[in-house]
Structure formats: C-alpha cells, structure tokens
Design a protein around this ligand. Sequence first.
Ligand code: SF4
Length: 241
Amino acid sequence: MARKNAKPKTKQKKTSAASKSRVAAPSNRGTDPKRVRAILDKLDQAYPAATCELHHDNPFQLLISTILSAQCTDERVNIVTKTLFPKYPTPKDFAYANPSELEQDIRPTGFFRNKTKSIMGASKKILEEFSGKVPQTMDELLTLPGVARKTANVVLGSAFGIASGVVVDTHVQRLSERLDLTKNTDPKKIEQDLMKVIPQDRWILFSHQLIWHGRRVCQARKPRCLECNLERLCYSKDKTV
Ligand code: SF4
C-alpha cells in the first residue's frame, strides 16, 4: 500500500515544480534590465567599433546613400556611389539632374524611378528650405521626400551624432524579436520598445552593433548560433543549437 501511494506523490511534486517554473517566468523577461545590460556588454565585446557601413564624406552623401540602400545591400550602394558622388557633388547637382540619366546612374540599387524622385525632391527641398544643408532635427528631416524615421535616424546618428531614436532596419527588426526585446512586428512600435529599454546614450552604437551582428552571425535564414557570443542569453525558437 505504501508503494502504491508513493508514485502519485512524486508525480504530483514534479508537476507542481514545472508549473511553478512556468509561473516564475514573467512575460517581459526579455527586457529585464540585467539581461539587457548583459546583451549590451556582449555586443560591446563583439563589436566595440561598429559604425555605418555606407561610404560618405558628409551628411548629404549619407542621406543619398541611405535613400539608395532601401531594398539594397550597402555593398552595392557603395559601388554605385563611388561614381555617383563625383558626378553629382552637391545638392544642386542632384536637384537639377536629368531624371532619366540619374535613373540609369542608380539603376543597380533597384526601385530606381522612385529613388530618383526621392533624391531629386529631397535635394530641392534642402536647397530651397534649408539653405543647402541637411537639417539636424527629426521633424525637419521627415519633411524631405523619401525620408522616414529609419533614414532620419541613420543621418542624425551617423552624420551628426544625435541620438533621436533607434534605427530599425531588417536586421534590427529580426534580432530584436529573436532576443525578445520586443513583441511587436511594426518597425515604428519596435523602435518605441527599444527606446524604452536601451539607454539613450547607447541608441546609435546599439543600432550599428545589431546590424553588424545580423549581417555577420545572426543571419535571417540560418543564424550561426555556434559562433554567437549572445547564445547563452538567447532563447529564440530560431536558434540552430
Ligand atoms: S543564439 Fe542564434 S538566434 Fe540567438 S542571437 Fe545568437 S545567432 Fe541569433
């Protein structure tokens, strides 16, 4: 009789421990400040000098490169801008370019008709309303054709060192989800979530570091988890180890 009773008692205990551990894991465990700090430390170890990989000599060139980088790799943009920038050295050159010729000049970056309209429109507005200089506030940048928050954050952060937000590109979007720093899928909401949990003085570097990690290790189709120094902090369903 005693044996018969012992089994259910043990089983009961195991079930209770499992459910206790499930209850103990809060839904916001991903953004626990200690965990976020640990993620930032690991990113610092792996990418202490992460920067924007779009080649540029001034804020205007970075703006043009960022517009060109939509749906295109930075490598390809850098190849195109190597000859584009010497041909169109100032906002005026882009603003009054021959649209058909500019379309062909940027064609390898894709979506070249829309990008031509954005580049020429933004250049005209910079000339006419901002004295030929790229504006340095989010509100002003968002008035330029073809410029949304992602582009504005790239320009403000990398050209002016102004932390107005977090750049949310495809890599930041994917990694924020895998690292459980957001439950959202809309880039605008992801940015708001990241701005709440990442200290503002880390916004610029954090964006670059996540982009670098996404390109080199935490790739979309097959993340290289064996090489990832965040592996012990990551419980993504996409993990390959
Ligand atoms: S462990 Fe894998 S899925 Fe998680 S961050 Fe690293 S590479 Fe990405």
